[in-house]
Each structure stands twice: as structure tokens, then as C-alpha cells.
Design a protein around this ligand. Structure first.
Ligand SMILES: [Mg+2]
Length: 231
């Protein structure tokens, strides 16, 4: 399969940001009086847009989220990223190999543009994607809706059925499947069984990405082959 486009999620796929951002978010929820564990934050908020996260928090609080909560989260996360953020191990070599194969790439993230650029800038990855970064801010509905991935494909001139998405969150896998795209589920920090159930082919070592891109059949053709074998 010669892909039209390789679409990368940002958090958890390019940069190892989820442990940091979720720790900060959990601290803020507890300070707000909403007793929350890190595990609950990872389960309930990972992969969502900020607007979607705030809707959930407001519902659980039973009152509007106070002014300043989002700004506090942004500021504290940015400080923590500056101190701690690293690229996902193996991603630079994988991106080198993908560039050598002349495969077009882009980023499609639930994060806001400012945060995506900060994360990629701090980890040295920004020059690899500059001008090809898409955010949930750009569309009406974020993941798990397909809008962001379809928007990225359209902007890049790619046929969705010939796009492959690299995702680490269940919501992101659902969005990519809904967009009719093939999904490789990066399960270094997420449950591979959950990603696979949702339709992803999973892997947990980013250095394997180039070989997976050259060997992964399209979701539809794999299903057809399995169907033929059963008959
Ligand atoms: Mg992610």
C-alpha cells in the first residue's frame, strides 16, 4: 500500500506529554474540589478537546467551571512541559525513515495550536511538520468525530481511504475509523486490547513504525481477506 498521507496524533504519539498533562489536570481538579485520581483522568479526558473536557468537568461539579481554570491548566502545563517534555522514544528515527520514503505527513491533534507548537518546538520536532498542523480548533467537532482527520486529509489533498493515522487514545482511534482511515494504535501507554477492539493494528515500539507502514494492509482489504479465509 502506498499511502497518500500519514497523519500523526501529537500527544502520546510524537511527544510523551500525557503523563505530564494528566498529572497537572488531576491536581487542578482536586484543587477544585472534584476528587479525581490520575487513572480516572487518563480514562475520562485523554484524547478530548479542551471544550469537551470542560463540559464533563462542569457536569461533575454541578456548576460552571470557574473562570481561570483553563488558563491555569495551560500555564501550569506549559511550565511542566518546559521542564520535563521529551519526544516519544524512537520517533525521530521513524520520521527520518518516513521522510526518506517520501511519504507525506501531517499532525492532527485535539490540542490547541499554541500547545501543539509548544510541544513540538520543545522537542525539536516542529520543523518536520511546520505548515502541516491541524487542531480540533479548526473544526466544529473534535475526536471521536471524524471531522479533524477528514479536514486534514482534504487540506493535504489526500483520499481518506489512503490515509493512515497513528493514534494512542481510544477516542482518536474511533475518530480515524469513522473517517474511513486505517489506524495504527501506539499502545506504549494505552491498553492495546482496547485500541485493537476499536479497529487499530497495535504496536508499542515507535522504531517499528516504518516497517508497519510498509506492511500494513488497508483495514478494508484485511477484513476482506479474513472473510475469504472463513468462507
Ligand atoms: Mg494522543
Amino acid at each position: 500500500m502506498r499511502w497518500d498521507l500519514v497523519i500523526f496524533d501529537c500527544d502520546g504519539v510524537l511527544v510523551d506529554s500525557e503523563p505530564i498533562a494528566n498529572r497537572v489536570f488531576t491536581d487542578l481538579l482536586n484543587e477544585l474540589g472534584l476528587a479525581t485520581t490520575l487513572e480516572e483522568t487518563m480514562r475520562d479526558y485523554v484524547g478530548r478537546s479542551m471544550a469537551s473536557c470542560m463540559a464533563i468537568v462542569g457536569e461533575r461539579l454541578g456548576r460552571p467551571v470557574p473562570d481561570g481554570f483553563v488558563d491555569a491548566f495551560r500555564n501550569r502545563t506549559a511550565d511542566a512541559f518546559r521542564a520535563e517534555l521529551h519526544a516519544v522514544p524512537g520517533i525521530e528515527a521513524a520520521l527520518d525513515a518516513i521522510a526518506d520514503a517520501s511519504l507525506p505527513t501531517c499532525v492532527a491533534s485535539s490540542g490547541e495550536h499554541r500547545k501543539i507548537r509548544l510541544s513540538l518546538g520543545l522537542t525539536g520536532l516542529l520543523p518536520r511538520f511546520d505548515g502541516r498542523i491541524f487542531s480540533a480548533q479548526d473544526v466544529a467537532r473534535g475526536k471521536p468525530h471524524p471531522d479533524l482527520f477528514l479536514h486534514a486529509a482534504r487540506a493535504m489533498g489526500a483520499d481518506p481511504s489512503r490515509c493512515v493515522v497513528i493514534e494512542d487514545s481510544p477516542l482518536g482511534v474511533r475518530a480515524a475509523v469513522a473517517a474511513g482511515m486505517t489506524v495504527l494504535g501506539f499502545a506504549a501507554r494505552t491498553d492495546p486490547g482496547t485500541l485493537a477492539e476499536l479497529g487499530a493494528t497495535t504496536f508499542d515500539d515507535m522504531t517499528r513504525l516504518p516497517e508497519m507502514l510498509s506492511g500494513t494492509p488497508r483495514t478494508s482489504s484485511r477484513r476482506t481477506e479474513e472473510g475469504l479465509k472463513r468462507d
